[in-house]
Ligand binder design. Structure first.
Ligand code: DC
Length: 237
């Protein structure tokens, strides 16, 4: 059996991580793991079981008692909570409002990190996306990428996205929120937002989405070529 290949994509919100990871996985024929969806599913679990999002022990117990599953039989995969497909429900505003707090708890993170490593054991060609994938979860991944963009650009993308969904938003406010969230995410103890040492940084501020995906694909294929020529084992998709 050939050795597993893991590509991690870390970076702050608004850099297009999820969409880029999904496109990259499609182009390479890899599976894709959206780890933000896992934290969102835990937030939904808290809402549905009326667990205080500050109550870390109760959240840990609830996760242990539930069945949180990524169903790779669909493409893109769907997330199931106790067998129910919740991939749309986890994008709702009530989930979004508490997910950052939920994701700050050690008891939640250790369980999600463990689940993510279990997924990687079952998928030997994986693109995984989330802020801690290259820094914490898979520090020895084949390719680790850090996607970034200037806060103003991220605020503008987010504003366009929300307006596209019919919401009224003030771009200056979105920018202020992004700056505050970056500061709190960088300073937090559990899964802080940081560029993994040795990762490849791509600044997406001044390039199109397609150019980001092309740059990612080029990077991964170059790395796979280097790996396969070193070991003579063939690393391409
Ligand atoms: O990417 P997203 O908006 O779906 O992520 C939801 C939340 O989970 C967001 O607050 C960031 C957090 N998250 C995290 O802490 N670690 C990850 N690996 C992925 C997401």
């Amino acid at each position: 059996m050939s050795s597993p290949i893991i590509v991690t994509i870390d970076g702050p919100a608004g850099t297009g991580k999820s969409s880029a990871a999904a496109q990259l996985a499609d182009r390479l024929g890899f599976d894709m793991l959206d780890t933000g969806a896992m934290y969102r599913a835990v937030a939904l679990l808290a809402l549905e079981h009326q667990i205080d999002p500050h109550d870390e022990p109760a959240l840990g117990i609830a996760i242990d008692r539930s069945n949180l599953l990524i169903d790779f039989s669909s493409r893109p995969p769907v997330i199931r909570l106790n067998l129910r497909d919740v991939h749309e429900r986890i994008r709702d505003a009530d989930v979004t409002a508490i997910v950052s707090l939920i994701a700050s708890h050690h008891a939640v993170r250790v369980r999600m990190v463990d689940a993510q490593r279990q997924v990687a054991l079952q998928h030997d060609r994986l693109v995984t996306e989330g802020r801690d994938q290259g820094s914490v979860v898979f520090p020895n991944a084949t390719v680790r990428v850090w996607l970034d963009a200037r806060p103003e650009v991220r605020a503008n993308r987010r504003t366009v996205e929300l307006r596209g969904r019919g919401q009224q938003v003030d771009e200056r406010r979105v920018l202020a929120e992004i700056i505050a969230r970056d500061a709190s995410d960088r300073g937090r103890l559990e899964g802080p937002l940081l560029q993994p040492t040795g990762s490849h940084a791509i600044d997406t501020s001044d390039i199109s989405f397609d150019e980001v995906v092309i740059a990612l694909e080029r990077l991964v294929r170059a790395r796979l070529g280097a790996v396969s020529s070193r070991c003579g084992c063939g690393g391409g998709a």
